[in-house]
Design a binder for this molecule. Structure first.
Ligand SMILES: Cc1ncc(COP(=O)(O)O)c(C=O)c1O
Length: 333
């Protein structure tokens, strides 16, 4: 990417992903530093990483310059409790603080700060022991879920070559395809019938996210609910197909500055006419929370087919003006 974009100011990566897969941060940091450029890691899913040696390496330990962490995700803070860490000489701390101030509220909720500090204290004092127990619990639970017919807990396929460098086992990613249902349907069924909200769901997977707050009781509840899902699955409708693009299809060309595309004159067109046009909005399937379309990109048909079929099948699209994907905002040409 540096060869393709030598003038870029920095490298920004997401690791871990919401699926728990992790990049080789150390290798990426070395490549960036050889060019004198900072590596910024979106480590939203990594709040617990510094506190146990068996977990993937924390971005700061792997040599990143900045990492941004949601304490409220894998840590136990209140929602909105996010922090950033900074090290090294490549980023000016004053400039970083001033940039953060542009976006932050002047009325921070003291409960959020207190929650983060309480969690930090707890982790420093007891984190290793508590995470040890969580890791043991999750190991047994993975085996028990794999024992249910039609369910497969992903692990080896996530850390092979061409997959990810490391993996956080607290993300229990369950492939439900053999049940003949989609992840969207499985998640809806669990919420409706077992009052369990899974961490994420996509066209073929659901994820149960574990933390040190879990115990045998919560794991048993999950197991019982998954057992009932297995029994109920044959009665659920055949899932709508999602037309997945190749990864190359997702790398669309940026033909206009994102700010020009976003702030300039905009037109709303039917999704069937969006291919070939320049996007004026961001469209992000969540998960994985990585935009499939960004303002300024020339839209291709494969990505539109993916998003339109995904929206019909139950994909969550939090950011487009029309989350049903019947229409798309494009640049007026
Ligand atoms: C990869 C990733 N980055 C960033 C965020 C946003 O973090 P926060 O909710 O702390 O603003 C999320 C949350 O959903 C995420 O999954």
């Amino acid at each position: 990417m540096w060869q393709r974009h030598p003038d870029a100011a920095a490298c920004l990566i997401v690791s871990p992903t919401p699926y728990g897969t992790c990049a080789d941060i150390q290798a990426i940091a070395e490549i960036c530093h050889r060019r004198g450029k900072p590596l910024i890691v979106d480590e939203a899913w990594g709040a617990h990483l510094p506190f146990h040696d068996s977990l993937p390496t924390w971005a700061m330990d792997a040599g990143a310059d900045i990492c941004v962490v949601s304490v409220h995700k894998m840590g136990l803070g209140f929602e909105q409790g996010s922090v950033y860490h900074l090290q090294g000489q490549l980023v000016d701390p004053i400039r970083l603080k001033q940039c953060a101030d542009l976006l932050a509220t002047t009325s921070t909720n003291v409960l959020i700060y207190a929650g983060m500090d309480g969690w930090r204290r707890q982790m420093v004092r007891h984190g290793e022991k508590q995470l040890d127990a969580a890791l043991q619990l999750v190991e047994t639970t993975r085996g028990r879920i794999n024992g249910l017919p039609g369910l497969h807990v992903l692990h080896d396929e996530l850390i092979r070559e061409e997959a990810s460098h490391d993996f956080d086992p607290l993300h229990v990613l369950i492939d439900v395809q053999q049940l003949g249902v989609s992840g969207y349907q499985a998640a809806d069924w669990l919420r409706e019938n077992a009052r369990i909200d899974v961490g994420l769901n996509d066209h073929r997977r659901i994820e149960a996210t574990f933390s040190q707050a879990d115990n045998r009781q919560s794991a048993d509840r999950l197991l019982e609910a998954l057992g009932s899902l297995v029994e109920a699955a044959p009665g659920l409708p055949v899932p709508a197909p999602v037309e997945l693009p190749d990864s190359a299809d997702l790398e669309m060309e940026t033909v206009q500055l994102p700010r020009d595309a976003f702030f300039g004159p905009v037109e709303v067109v039917p999704a069937s006419e969006a291919a070939g046009r320049i996007a004026a909005e961001q469209i992000t399937p969540y998960p994985p929370g990585v935009p499939a379309i960004l303002p300024g990109e020339r839209i291709n048909a494969r990505v539109i087919d993916y998003l339109v079929s995904g929206a019909k099948a139950g994909m969550v699209l939090p950011d487009p003006a029309d989350p049903s994907m019947e229409t798309v905002r494009v640049v007026q040409e």
